[in-house]
Ligand binder design. Structure first.
Ligand SMILES: NC(=O)c1ccc[n+]([C@@H]2O[C@H](COP(=O)([O-])OP(=O)(O)OC[C@H]3O[C@@H](n4cnc5c(N)ncnc54)[C@H](OP(=O)(O)O)[C@@H]3O)[C@@H](O)[C@H]2O)c1
Length: 244
């Protein structure tokens, strides 16, 4: 039987872990790239964990080169890269952010998904199977928010990156599907941390608490189920940014 392989960054927690579990349960092979690992996924025979700190581009490159030494298109039904991992910190006015923290944020949230997308498309360019790159974005790509300049700007960067790479793929003889996915609000470490911040320099905290109290924050497994449906659907006039 042919196998679908899905590479997911940040599969150790939150939406990424829930996505990995949803895809494993329907028979896909999942490769998780993160620093930690989820006990539920690692117990699965079709899950492979790659220990990668996405703030190090050297580690990102090495992990992809190693992975593609063993991966071939033989027996594959499809291959997908889901750039899910992102940083939220530093959550502070930009003048209060240390240079190292700014650089680390940008590496994890913009440089790593960019480099992973580049390596993935390069290494699979000749593979005769459907290829998909999905990048997790956020409604904050279009909402300027105090203390969230890095997060909002990183997501806006990713949305434009996706739109440009889609244009490139249109010119390719073997185009890959390239999409951004806005998962909406999910109850994860990232969401809980943002909601817990009560200081005046972070007015979004109050809005996130209101959304939580109004029941608008979904369980990661429900968000993951919707993302899997979006990955499976493909409409002729598909938009670059899909919302769950
Ligand atoms: N939760 C929401 O409400 C929400 C809303 C809109 C968009 N999103 C987006 O959805 C995606 C997932 O969010 P989430 O809420 O599930 O986040 P999360 O709970 O904070 O999990 C983040 C994941 O990213 C990984 N990660 C972070 N820094 C890393 C690093 N330096 N190297 C390797 N992996 C790293 C973490 O793994 P390790 O710590 O094990 O390395 C973890 O698996 C993000 O892109 C986020 O921006 C989330």
């Amino acid at each position: 039987m042919k196998q679908s392989v899905v590479l997911i960054t940040g599969a150790s927690r939150g939406i990424g872990e829930a996505l990995a579990l949803a895809l494993l349960s329907r028979g896909d092979c999942v490769v998780g790239l993160s620093r930690g690992v989820s006990e539920e996924t690692i117990a699965h025979e079709r899950f492979m964990a790659l220990n990668v700190d996405l703030s190090s581009l050297a580690e990102v490159e090495m992990a992809m080169h190693r992975l593609f030494e063993t991966l071939t298109p033989d027996g594959l039904d499809s291959i997908t890269l889901i750039n899910n991992a992102a940083a939220l910190a530093p959550l502070a006015p930009i003048e209060a952010c240390a240079a190292n923290d700014i650089a680390s944020h940008l590496h994890v949230s913009t440089a790593a998904p960019t480099v992973l997308t580049s390596l993935f498309l390069h290494k699979t360019a000749e593979w005769p199977v459907p290829r998909t790159v999905a990048i997790m974005t956020s409604g904050f790509a279009g909402i300027p928010a105090a203390s969230m300049s890095l997060y909002c700007a990183s997501k806006a960067f990713l949305n434009m990156f996706v739109r440009c790479v889609r244009e490139e793929q249109r010119l390719s003889p073997r185009p890959a599907r390239v999409i951004a996915i806005d998962p909406g609000m999910a109850e994860t470490d990232m969401q809980v941390f943002a909601r817990s911040r009560q200081d005046e320099s972070f007015p979004m905290g109050a809005l996130l608490r209101q959304a939580h109290d109004a029941g608008q924050v979904l369980a990661p497994r429900d968000v993951a189920a919707r993302i899997v449906r979006l990955l499976d659907e493909r409409e002729a006039d598909e938009q670059p940014v899909l919302r769950v």
